[in-house]
Design a protein around this ligand. Structure first.
Ligand code: HEC
Length: 266
């Protein structure tokens, strides 16, 4: 009963409404065509000429001249010169927008070592000081907190919360990540007195199967992570990572002469 009623209502009402709409649409269409003819006529009258810049109707709707500075926005009205002039202007603009060779973006730091084994050794020899030198216990605490946060996000899944190379992804070889991550608390890292450059270089370029993390951590963040790794090593060694330890830097055993271990600016 209910179904029949709905069906009937539908059949009875659609037809007239449809007819009405068609008439309306026809009327609107002819109006729109008339408007186009009028606007088209006006537009052709408004062409730029001599000192007259021409007229533009609703320019913001189609031409974002000011908002999108480097997009191709040539529009023949309201412009001096022809399309060729504008193309040249655009080309110069793009050319001039390129930074000069050697430009360093604000807030970025240049790392003067290449991604080779020789350069890695050079980095380990030369980079022996963490440039972040906390001046008080509070500062050290803040640095370690930020370092811990970043380490937990970016490193701990592989290198482990304690830095033992046994993160959840590796999990003693039964995890989904098959390569054994380096253990910072192994003799290779602690007892041999490796330099900070070893860590910085590994973060920037990665090492063998470890991917680079240069795009994830900026210069300051890398050094905060290294401070935190040093504190993990101290904990494993049952020593304190206090102000003195955090400011000491690490001499590198790879260095063969005394000048190589001296801290160099980087
Ligand atoms: C996806 C896993 C993974 C992540 C994430 C990861 N690493 Fe590694 N890392 C490895 C593996 C695997 C190695 C061992 C590479 C080798 O020696 O073959 C390694 C090695 C290293 C080494 C030793 C390099 C050397 O000189 O022997 C350092 C230092 C290091 N990683 C630091 C970090 C830091 C800091 C982070 C976080 C910012 C990090 N890694 C994130 C997997 C990872």
């Amino acid at each position: 009963m209910q179904k029949k009623f709905t069906q009937n209502t539908f059949n009875l009402t659609t037809q007239p409404i449809y007819n009405l709409n068609m008439k309306k649409i026809q009327k609107q269409l002819s109006l729109a065509i008339a408007a186009c003819v009028v606007i088209g006529g006006l537009e052709s009258c408004g062409r730029a000429e001599g000192n007259f810049q021409g007229r533009e109707y609703m320019p913001d709707m189609a031409h974002t001249v000011t908002y999108e500075g480097y997009t191709y926005g040539y529009y023949h009205n309201n412009r001096w010169g022809g399309e060729e002039n504008y193309r040249q202007f655009y080309k110069d603009k793009i050319q001039n927008a390129k930074p000069l060779p050697g430009t360093i973006a604000r807030g970025q730091q240049v790392y003067h070592y290449q991604d080779t084994e020789d350069e890695r050794t050079r980095a380990m020899n030369e980079i022996t000081q963490n440039p972040i030198k906390p001046q008080s216990d509070e500062e050290l605490k803040a640095v370690l907190e930020r370092g811990k946060n970043l380490y937990t996000i970016y490193c701990a899944v592989c290198h482990g919360e304690k830095g033992d190379g046994n993160g959840t992804l590796y999990n003693n070889g039964s995890g989904p990540y098959p390569n054994k991550p380096a253990s910072y608390i192994s003799a290779d890292f602690i007892k041999n007195g490796d330099s900070d450059g070893r860590y910085y270089h590994a973060i920037v370029y990665g090492k063998n199967v470890m991917m680079p993390h240069a795009d994830k951590l900026n210069h300051t963040e890398r050094w905060e992570v290294i401070h935190y790794i040093r504190s993990l090593q101290a904990a494993a060694n049952q020593t304190k990572y206090d102000l003195a330890a955090a400011n000491r830097g690490k001499a590198n055993v790879v260095a063969t002469d005394s000048t190589a271990t001296a801290a160099k600016p980087h």
